[in-house]
Design a protein around this ligand. Structure first.
Ligand code: NAP
Length: 675
């Protein structure tokens, strides 16, 4: 039997006294013993703040992202260890895949996003510069910098691996250390993975700590720079959110709680249609994956009243085929609940649901599968709600197991209203082959949901499913779901950073942000910027080109050459009749092309490739006879870690003979580190 330990102040610490035996979900055999460690929580927070924080903040976003990638690879190599321990939590191999590889995949996803979407720097420049003065000498710029505290992550029992990794990835990427508190019930699996994370030696000292057991007086020592994220039941979440320290210090508190997620069958999706079958498959799958212990599982199946009977029958047939049993047996489709206590809780909640509903599939009783008398098994249970009014049990009670209720609706408005009576959900789904129905249901329900999945026969083959949170999409929901938000790509990184509005001169703010901002000083010297290597280039290095006059021949040549003979370039009368032009105009793409002809230095040199343009705007028409010049300014340099080249972004402004800007954009190039 394993004895679980906490990892505090850089060392493993074993609990003493007050032991709790954690049991195998299917066999009831003891798996691990959890002692209440006497941890110095104030010192743990201080350790994170004093050691982990500075070490993480010294790294750039890209260096942190590479750290996540290395860690993900290290854990992936050891995934079988986690699978081997997952059966004892009740998880089948498929269930464990979501937890183990889903969690490691989230680390990989953030490692990729961190390098693609964040700068190789320690400050994140958020949005465009705001002009604050007429002459451009005073501007505003938002930036995000890491919080100086510790992120305390409190997790639920159902995803012992994914739960820690989906929170850790954005936290570490932001540059913040974390203290992780897994749910006791499945802490052995989290502790095992955590040991590997420590042994990998990839994360800086002090950047992660683990609490197996209670959190003692930890909350009393939290500070305004700390963050608490909580995943679990609404009742525990509410209790923790009301901690006086959280209120007094305005400590960020993110809550992911239970929710009564709905799946709506569109009125067009009659029995026999592909969407009807997809709906049945998804409801049955959501009920049985992880034995229904998913915060995102479908709890309310909202279906046209005319199809209630057909839905009930189809679910009955589908659920009857689900083999319930030993989670380590490959033929098992649904394992047990996590523990006998959890089973008893599910059965108690089902009896509460029965106050307003009839149990139409399954029995509300323990079930012995595969001869495992001590296992926490139940059969899937479906109720048919008689009472669907506001406050009815079907909109209030979460049975955290393989339990769902069917609710009939008369029209789309009622379907939306029923979904909203869940008072805020993590996710909802809509099954319809009619895109107008999809729009009506999605716009009606979106205010009450963090994520909405729309399924039809076209989307179904590649659909990731109702219940799967994804690294790039927001996870969290309003109201009952906790009002929190996690994941959503780089959005989650910002939850661990402070956004500050900076005001000052463009040159000063350019230095602060490490990005050349419009209006900041430029430097022009005798060396063409394309002759400078990545390392030699400085922000603000610029080139002001000579002029080129655009002729009608140029416009006609470009039109014939490219095939773009749009009337505004070819027909004087038609162009003049256009409200934006006085006559024939040059193609915007011609302007961009001749701009390149003006600023490019042709000989081989450090500039290796042009890989795109961003933010291109044509701001004034260009007429034959206009004379154009370009100012090219080195705006941002992004070094590739360990690479022999970096990315250089050039602010590009094309002006006419009157100094009016006709085109504005960023040119993106790859430039060799050394000449
Ligand atoms: P829970 O009983 O609320 O426990 C959640 C976490 O809070 C556990 O780590 C628990 O630790 C800890 N905790 C309990 N009391 C605490 C206290 N006084 N101070 C500090 N920490 C405390 O929930 P659960 O039973 O583990 O999880 C099931 C529930 O979580 C379901 O309702 C489900 O819907 C919800 N859930 C939501 C999401 C989501 O993303 N929204 C995801 C998964 C689950 P101990 O285990 O040591 O008590």
């Amino acid at each position: 039997m394993l004895t679980l330990e906490s990892y505090a102040l850089g060392a493993w610490q074993r609990g003493a006294g007050d032991e709790r035996i954690l049991r195998h979900a299917a066999t009831g055999e003891p798996v691990a013993v959890l002692g209440r460690a006497e941890l110095d929580f104030a010192a743990m927070l201080e350790h994170g703040r004093a050691r982990g924080g500075p070490a993480l903040r010294a790294l750039t976003f890209h260096q942190r992202a590479l750290m996540l990638k290395a860690l993900a690879g290290y854990l992936m190599d050891r995934k079988e260890t986690y699978y081997a321990l997952s059966g004892a939590t009740g998880a089948t191999r498929t269930d464990a895949w979501i937890d183990v590889e889903g969690g490691i995949g989230t680390l990989f996803a953030y490692a990729g996003k961190g390098r693609r979407e964040l700068p190789n720097d320690t400050v994140y420049v958020d949005g465009p510069t705001e002009p604050l003065s007429k002459d451009g000498s005073f501007v505003g710029q938002h930036v995000c910098t890491p919080l100086r505290g510790v992120a305390v992550h409190i997790n639920a029992y159902n995803f012992p691996c994914w739960g820690i990794l989906e929170k850790l990835a954005p936290t570490l990427l932001a540059g913040m250390p974390a203290i992780i508190k897994p749910a006791s019930q499945t802490a052995w699996l989290t502790e095992r993975m955590f040991r590997d994370i420590v042994e990998a030696g990839i994360l800086p000292d002090g950047s992660i700590q683990l609490i197996c057991g209670g959190v003692g007086d930890l909350f009393d020592h939290l500070d305004e720079q700390d963050v608490v994220t909580f995943t679990g039941s609404a009742s525990t979440g509410r209790h923790l959110r009301q901690h006086p320290r959280i209120a007094a210090r305005s400590i960020r508190f993110n809550m992911e709680a239970d929710s009564l997620n709905a799946a709506i069958l569109g009125p067009d999706a009659a029995p026999g249609s592909a969407e009807f079958d997809l709906f049945i498959r998804e409801v049955a799958r959501e009920m049985t994956v992880k034995c229904g212990q998913k915060c995102t599982a479908i709890r309310r199946a909202i279906v046209p009243s005319a199809h209630v009977e057909a839905v009930t029958q189809a679910l009955r047939e589908r659920l009857a085929r689900v083999r319930i049993g030993d989670p380590d047996d490959d033929t098992t489709r649904m394992g047990p609940l996590v523990a006998v206590d959890a089973r008893d809780d599910v059965l108690a909640q089902v009896s509460r649901l029965r106050a307003g509903a009839e149990l139409v599939i399954g029995d509300a009783a323990p079930f012995q599968a595969d001869g495992l008398a001590q296992g926490a098994f139940v059969r899937p249970m479906v109720l048919l709600a008689d009472d669907t009014t506001i406050g009815a049990p079907v909109h209030e009670v979460e049975a955290f197991g393989p339990v769902a209720s069917i609710l009939g609706y008369a029209d789309l408005d009622e379907a939306v209203e029923l979904a909203r009576r869940g008072a805020g959900s993590l996710v909802g789904s809509v099954f319809t082959g009619d895109d107008d129905v999809a729009r009506a249901l999605v716009l009606g329900c979106a205010s009450h949901h963090g994520r909405l999945l729309v399924v039809n026969r076209e989307a179904a083959p590649a659909s990731t499913g109702h219940g799967s949170p994804l690294p790039g999409l927001v996870h969290g929901g309003p109201g009952r779901a906790g009002g929190g938000e996690e994941l959503g790509g780089i959005r989650a990184v910002m939850h661990y950073m402070q956004r500050s509005a900076l005001q000052g001169s463009p040159s000063t703010l350019s230095r602060v942000c490490n990005v050349w901002l419009p209006g900041a000083r430029r430097h022009e010297d005798s060396v063409h910027p394309f002759r400078k290597s990545f390392d030699e280039l400085a922000l603000g290095d610029c080139l002001v080109t000579g002029a080129r006059t655009v002729t009608l021949d140029d416009v006609e040549h470009f039109a014939e050459f490219t095939g773009d003979t749009f009337y505004a370039h070819m027909d004087e009368a038609a162009a003049a009749a256009n409200p934006f032009f006085e006559g024939r105009v040059a193609h915007g793409y011609f302007v961009v092309s001749i701009a390149a002809g003006l600023f490019v230095d042709p000989a081989p040199g450090p500039v290796l490739a042009n890989y795109g343009l961003e933010h291109l705007r044509f701001l004034q028409p260009v007429y034959p006879g206009d004379s154009l010049r370009v100012t090219l300014t080195c705006k941002q340099k992004t070094a590739r870690e360990g690479g022999d080249h970096g990315e250089v972004r050039w602010d590009t402004t094309v002006v006419n003979q009157d100094g009016a800007v006709v085109a504005q954009y960023d040119v993106l190039t790859l430039v060799a580190r050394q000449a």
